[in-house]
Design a protein around this ligand. Structure first.
Ligand SMILES: [Zn+2]
Ligand SMILES: [Zn+2]
Length: 216
């Protein structure tokens, strides 16, 4: 290969040894043209870091989660990060807030948070169908689809889902019910800790980023 920065031979690497820590612009399939170091999109790298983790009974700011801390009632659910422990809490989808999962059989494809899970699941289905229709249109013209070249109308994960699965194969489940807390900040924090715990437990295939609060 040729180094993306200086064009000199770089063996099997995208950049030569001298430029291994130098930023350069390239195209990320999720973020479009943005900064890379080595072969790593810097936006992806930042978003992959889990922030919402409880370590040694401490929240992400280092406060000990004792009785009276808003996370205390949820400590068991948030720290037993195995599917074997979590699966007994799976419920049907409803118009309540919490964490949901998209599955194909036993394979977990995606984990997300919502203040209204039923509505969010419907949005996922609508977006899946949009991606599917677009891919069907391309498939008629071309045999192979390069997903990163598709002009994206919905998020990248829907193209991955629609490329690999049929909507009828997917099941949607509530993984953790999260009650509405009076304090908005604490409520959003709790949702995001819960999302990270479910991501760590179910290891979904198509979550490209660690849990972050939903942008509103
Ligand atoms: Zn170079
Ligand atoms: Zn990226």
């Amino acid at each position: 290969m040729k180094c993306k920065i200086c064009g000199k031979d770089s063996g099997k690497f995208v950049v030569c040894y001298k430029h291994r820590t130098t930023k350069y612009k390239a195209k990320c399939k999720i973020h479009g043209t943005t900064w890379f170091i080595g072969r790593q999109c810097q936006k992806c790298a930042e978003l992959k870091k889990p922030i919402y983790e409880i370590k040694n009974k401490k929240d992400r700011f280092g406060n000990v989660i004792n009785k009276g801390h808003y996370l205390y009632p949820f400590l068991n659910r948030l720290t037993h990060k195995t599917r074997a422990y979590q699966r007994k809490y799976i419920q049907r989808i409803s118009h309540s807030s919490g964490i949901y999962g998209i599955f194909c059989g036993t394979t977990c494809l995606y984990v997300g948070q919502s203040v209204d899970i039923s509505t969010r699941v419907q949005q996922h289905k609508d977006n899946f169908i949009k991606a599917q229709k677009q891919l069907q249109g391309i498939r008629i013209r071309k045999k192979r689809i390069a997903l990163d070249k598709v002009k994206k109308k919905v998020e990248f994960k829907y193209y991955q889902l629609a490329h690999d699965y049929k909507l009828s194969e997917l099941t949607f489940k509530k993984l953790m019910a999260v009650p509405k807390l009076n304090d908005d900040f604490e409520y959003n924090e709790l949702l995001t800790y819960a999302e990270q715990a479910m991501i760590d437990s179910y290891k979904p295939k198509f979550n490209h980023i660690a849990a972050r609060p939903t942008k509103k």
